[in-house]
Design a protein around this ligand. Sequence first.
Ligand SMILES: Cc1cc2nc3c(=O)[nH]c(=O)nc-3n(C[C@H](O)[C@H](O)[C@H](O)COP(=O)(O)OP(=O)(O)OC[C@H]3O[C@@H](n4cnc5c(N)ncnc54)[C@H](O)[C@@H]3O)c2cc1C
Ligand SMILES: NC(=O)c1ccc[n+]([C@@H]2O[C@H](COP(=O)([O-])OP(=O)(O)OC[C@H]3O[C@@H](n4cnc5c(N)ncnc54)[C@H](OP(=O)(O)O)[C@@H]3O)[C@@H](O)[C@H]2O)c1
Length: 473
Amino acid sequence: MLQRRISHSRKWLCRSFSNVLHSEPLRVCVVGSGPAGCYTAEKMLKAHQQAQVDIIDRLPTPFGLVRSGVAPDHPETKSNSIELSLPEKLQQIVVNQFSRAMQHERCSFFGNVALGSSISLSELRKLYDVVVLAYGAESDRDLGIPGENLKGVISAREFVWWYNGHPDGRNLDPDLKSTDTAVILGQGNVALDVARILLRPTTELATTDIASHALASLEESSIRVVYLVGRRGPAQAACTAKELREVLGIHNLDISIQESDLLLTPADESLRATEYTEEFLSCYPRQPPQDQDMLICPMRAGPGKQIAVGTGEFEDIKCGMVLKSIGYKSVPVDGLPFDHKKGIVPNDKGRVLHETSDTAVLEEGLYVCGWLKRGPTGIVATNLYCAEETVSSILEDLEKGVLISSTAAPKPGRDGLLNLLQDRNVRNFSFNDWEKIDSEERNLGSLRNKPREKLATWNELLTATSEGTGYST
Ligand SMILES: Cc1cc2nc3c(=O)[nH]c(=O)nc-3n(C[C@H](O)[C@H](O)[C@H](O)COP(=O)(O)OP(=O)(O)OC[C@H]3O[C@@H](n4cnc5c(N)ncnc54)[C@H](O)[C@@H]3O)c2cc1C
Ligand SMILES: NC(=O)c1ccc[n+]([C@@H]2O[C@H](COP(=O)([O-])OP(=O)(O)OC[C@H]3O[C@@H](n4cnc5c(N)ncnc54)[C@H](OP(=O)(O)O)[C@@H]3O)[C@@H](O)[C@H]2O)c1
């Protein structure tokens, strides 16, 4: 194991921390307005009364995967009619909470500003005392097998963007009419989301905020059989019991599971001791029905560390569509240290590390949060704890005098960002612009008995606020 030496070139302040607080604001830029970015902004604003937080996002719309990932459908909670379904909760609690942070007097949202094209990382670091990267994971893991790039093989990420009205998913146009069989690779919650969207009656989807182009295509879909193919057994499947139950509860759906795939190894049996696994296994129907509309076929897992190993047996499944749902992947921007193997930015509790062969040097003032920091796992709330950790690191560094120089001129912050965007003719979208888009989407939705009709092309989004606020804050 390589010993790593973590080193700073710390500049200790001559004056006290409280003096710094009263003189200049702490200029913070958060890249990405998904859960990680929004929680970071919220925590930062609460923890530091002089913090001025600017959130940039490459999309004109905020909230990341809360808008473009979370599935539009969810059955009503059967056990308790008062309890809200997850999307409603997310809508009401998470989005309201994130909106409050963005509307805070010391916070501003700059949509349509992409790190890497509108502005570079080095430019951003020159403008701000603190830069927190929370731009998620917008690519896909590879299977690394022949045929992966054949026509008809698409990633779940693209499919999710397509049905959720992400402007980069608008042109996907998956062929749902030339086949009756789709195969989904992977057993995580995204795989189950995608299976539900393919299988749920479109009359039920019609009243959700699913993109209208996706609904129209699903209405004409000829897909009747969905294989959900995983490489491990039920004791280790990545999906959660609640999400599995939702798939199993779809009306008029027959489920088939190979009984042999439900057999547990001794190692699985020890896992079964946990309440979670018991609940999970109870979701599987024990008696496969006669008509098979869906087949879940996990491969057997090896003993010990429970790593999936091939059995050497191969099975051909005839299908016209394959959806790869084996996980998302983050991508680096120029000048950012990146661990390509793990697909994350190397970090120490959110502090970005530049790793060389035997040392790891802290990148002063540069932090990371969310999927870009931990990898592409975890629910919305996981990013709250992640943001708390990153913000604690920022505060610790601030107290140690790492972030603000007593001698250098204050950084330009927001004014510098606006000047730079104006020079480049980049039109940014304020939170006020987003509210106009939001209102238009709700109006369009009400005409179709939907909560909202998303503006799903770049052109629609960019022209939605005709007068626009341009370069204003
Ligand atoms: C399909 C799917 C469904 C999910 N459903 C649920 C659910 O029902 N419940 C739940 O609790 N969790 C759910 N999750 C998990 C949850 O969405 C994630 O934990 C969370 O969104 C990760 O937050 P993040 O901020 O790291 O990334 P993201 O939410 O992806 O936010 C990243 C933001 O960065 C922006 N960005 C990207 N690149 C750039 C750039 N170069 N410059 C500027 N901005 C950029 C993006 O536009 C985006 O707004 C789901 C995840 C997926 C993939
Ligand atoms: N409703 C919700 O709360 C909700 C909805 C959607 C997503 N999410 C969350 O978002 C996160 C991302 O979800 P996800 O489904 O993309 O990721 P995930 O939970 O990590 O699942 C990835 C799946 O792909 C499989 N896989 C990976 N590499 C593979 C390979 N080479 N060959 C075959 N299978 C492979 C994994 O199998 P192994 O387990 O064997 O590695 C696993 O089944 C998760 O934390 C999830 O819980 C939550």
